[in-house]
Design a protein around this ligand. Structure first.
Ligand code: GSH
Length: 171
């Protein structure tokens, strides 16, 4: 959603129109077809972390587009509703890593960093970004790598390299 950061109002309007009228329909149309083909999921015809990845950021579309973005994509809307209705996921709140940890019933300490504490913490993170996973005395970064690692532990990954590829391509 690059238009969100554009300062020039005219350019911002044009970028937003392109996003709403072209980019989002292009990708969401394809993702919707994927969900239809995969029996309501994004890959492999079953629940995988690709579903968690997508449905964790899907709610952020509406504030950008100013409309009910997924009303036009019934298979995606059904997927969002289905994942968000999983009781453990409901508690995970808004982020793929938390969805996976909660879904898999993996005990974790959910640390939210207040804005004013971030400058002091930043140098202690591997690459100066969040999210970060601390596990068995080690620190990991990059949300996708963390998701893939955790998904394997709770059976939300693929059974072989090809299945992993399908999941990666769908998220
Ligand atoms: N590629 C990274 C991007 C992480 C990222 O952009 N994190 C932002 C928050 S969503 C951040 O740490 N911003 C604080 C900063 O740049 O100081 C990932 O997927 O984990």
């Amino acid at each position: 959603m690059l238009f969100h950061y554009e300062q020039d109002e005219a350019k911002k309007k044009a970028l937003k129109e392109t996003a709403i009228n072209e980019t989002i329909p292009y990708y969401m149309g394809r993702f919707d077809a994927l969900a239809e083909k995969n029996k309501g999921h994004l890959a492999l015809g079953r629940l995988t972390w690709a579903d968690f990845y997508f449905t964790s950021f899907a709610p952020s579309f509406d504030p950008f587009t100013g409309e009910d973005t997924f009303a036009k994509y019934p298979n995606l809307q059904a997927l969002i509703d289905k994942v968000h209705a999983i009781p453990a996921v409901k508690k995970g709140r808004a982020e793929c890593i938390r969805f996976i940890l909660s879904y898999g019933n993996l005990a974790f300490e959910d640390v939210r960093v207040p804005y004013e504490e971030w400058p002091a913490l930043k140098p202690q993170t591997p690459f100066g970004f969040l999210p970060m996973l601390e596990h068995e005395g080690k620190k990991a970064h990059q949300s996708t790598a963390i998701c893939r690692y955790l998904a394997k532990k709770v059976n939300l990954g693929g059974k072989d390299d090809w299945e992993d590829l399908e999941i990666d391509a769908a998220r």
